[in-house]
Write a protein that binds this ligand. Structure first.
Ligand SMILES: *[C@@H]1O[C@H](CO)[C@@H](O)[C@H](O)[C@H]1NC(C)=O
Ligand SMILES: *[C@@H]1O[C@H](CO)[C@@H](O)[C@H](O)[C@H]1NC(C)=O
Ligand SMILES: *[C@@H]1O[C@H](CO)[C@@H](O)[C@H](O)[C@H]1NC(C)=O
Length: 447
């Protein structure tokens, strides 16, 4: 009884074991020949499966997991993608007893099968990752459709135009073309259901992904038409960075240069220093504004802005130059020490007449003629000489006149200089505001 029971247990165990082994052997026994036609000679891996002579359709699907490293200097960007190609090869045989919807195949078999020869047209480098296992797989569906999926990191070139930088929008593409099959043999098409998936959480430091779409870029070459598909990313530059690091500081520097108009004209060191410092700071700002850009030969929007600001600061410095010219070479207090020697000479002429009584009348005549002469000479020099001489000579004849409330030439010049400053105080801010408004209206639509 006990032996019987033991025997039956052993038997059931044995059958379980055998069926288990049989099941497992079915799982691993699939070889490449199992999916090839009965006569492997009929299968030519170099010939696309053109059913009824129609070009083979390869469906594409791209999942973009990441976009980054947008580099303006080299005009490249990096993308992490899942790239799926689906095609139907009617020549293949389905493995026996295939119950599931699809079956995982060994990727190595692809080498001996026909496969689409797509390549990334604008890629500078393609990285295929092998950790922890090579990042690709192949599925065989029940309807002899093959899906080949691969994860890639691509470094792609993107032609960028910086004409309206930093208000620019760049269009970066990811193009996939057939290397050796013309449209007669093979056609790429976007997956009709889900052609493209772009991760919603893509964050770029300076740009925003505003649009993503798929397109066809089939090319006509001398050898024929080659099928090509592309993904287009529309990237819009965010203005925030430039607003806070370029536009606002630059405007503040220009405004700072106007402080000069409120400093009195005599304070030359203060005004010149202010102007020169503003100019230097601005040139640093300008250099910083295009540190990450390639040196392009055309004028960018930011260049135009910076140039106008530089001109403004330069004009503020020049305005002081004008004020200084109007003010004259020497300061108003200077003429006072000058006249005394002349007065002395004046007295010296009179002195000899005072000493000798006899020649009194004669010397008086003499002195009168000399004084007239000196006056005439002074008048002639006054008329002939330009601004600088006017200051040094006139005080003696003016002295009696200044008793009557009248401005000295120095004061007149100072008044003129101050008037120039007063005009600049209004004119510069007004013109700057006007130009700034024009600039922002012009680029409003790009913001
Ligand atoms: C497939 O299934 C049939 C019956 O369902 C069976 O007779 C056959 O042996 C199976 N083939 C393989 C390879 O397991
Ligand atoms: C990509 O485009 C689709 C359809 O135009 C849109 O629904 C999706 O939000 C876009 N994705 C991103 C990240 O912009
Ligand atoms: C290639 O494409 C052009 C225009 O798309 C078409 O006119 C031409 O017939 C095509 N050539 C072939 C060989 O398909």
């Amino acid at each position: 009884m006990l032996l019987d029971y033991g025997l039956s247990l052993l038997l059931t165990l044995l059958t379980v074991c055998i069926t288990g082994i049989a099941g497992e052997s079915y799982q691993t026994s699939l070889t490449f020949n199992d999916i090839l036609p009965e006569d492997p000679k009929l299968y030519d891996k170099m010939r696309p499966p053109k059913k009824d002579g129609q070009p083979t359709t390869v469906l594409f699907h791209v999942t973009v997991m990441g976009l980054d490293s947008i580099d303006e200097t080299s005009m490249t960007y990096a993308a992490d993608i899942f790239f799926a190609q689906t095609w139907k090869d009617h020549r293949l045989r389905l493995p026996e007893n295939m119950t599931s919807e699809y079956r995982l195949l060994e990727v190595e078999w692809l080498k001996n099968m026909w496969r689409p020869d797509s390549f990334f047209k604008n890629a500078k480098s393609v990285t295929f990752q092998t950790m922890t296992i090579p990042n690709h797989y192949m599925w065989l569906y029940k309807d002899k459709t093959i899906l080949y999926m691969v994860k890639l990191t691509l470094r792609l070139s993107c032609a960028m135009n910086f004409l309206i930088y930093p208000h620019d929008t760049q269009e970066c593409k990811l193009q996939m073309e057939s290397l050796s099959h013309t449209t007669d043999d093979m056609i790429f098409q976007w997956d009709p259901e889900v052609p493209l998936v772009v991760d919603e959480h893509i964050e770029l430091p300076q740009l925003a992904l505003v649009k993503n779409n798929t397109a066809d870029c089939t090319q006509v070459y001398s050898t024929g038409n080659f099928t090509c598909l592309e993904v287009v990313f529309v990237l819009k530059r965010r203005l925030g960075y430039y607003l806070f690091h370029t536009y606002i500081p630059t405007c503040l520097i220009v405004i700072m240069s106007w402080v000069s108009f409120w400093i009195k004209p005599e304070a030359a060191p203060a005004r010149v220093t202010l102007g020169v410092t503003s100019l230097l700071t601005l040139s640093t700002q300008h250099a910083k504004s295009q540190a990450s850009l390639p040196p392009v030969s055309y004028l960018k929007a930011v260049d135009a802005f910076m140039s106008v600001c530089t001109v403004f600061v330069f004009m503020a410095l020049m305005e002081y130059c004008l004020v200084n010219i109007v003010l004259g070479d020497s300061d108003p207090p200077n003429p006072k020490p000058h006249p005394p020697p002349k007065m002395d000479r004046f007295f010296d002429f009179n002195a000899p007449g005072g000493k000798n009584g006899k020649r009194n009348s004669k010397s008086l005549e003499n002195s009168e003629t000399t004084t007239v002469n000196t006056f005439q000479r002074q008048e002639s020099t006054l008329l002939l000489s330009p601004v600088p001489h006017i200051q040094t000579i006139p005080p003696p004849p003016c002295k009696p006149a200044s008793a009557i409330p009248k401005l000295t030439p120095a004061q007149i010049r100072l008044r003129r200089a101050i008037n120039i400053d007063r005009f600049s105080r209004v004119f510069f801010p007004l013109l700057f505001t006007l130009l700034n408004t024009a600039y922002w209206i012009m680029f409003y639509e790009y913001i």
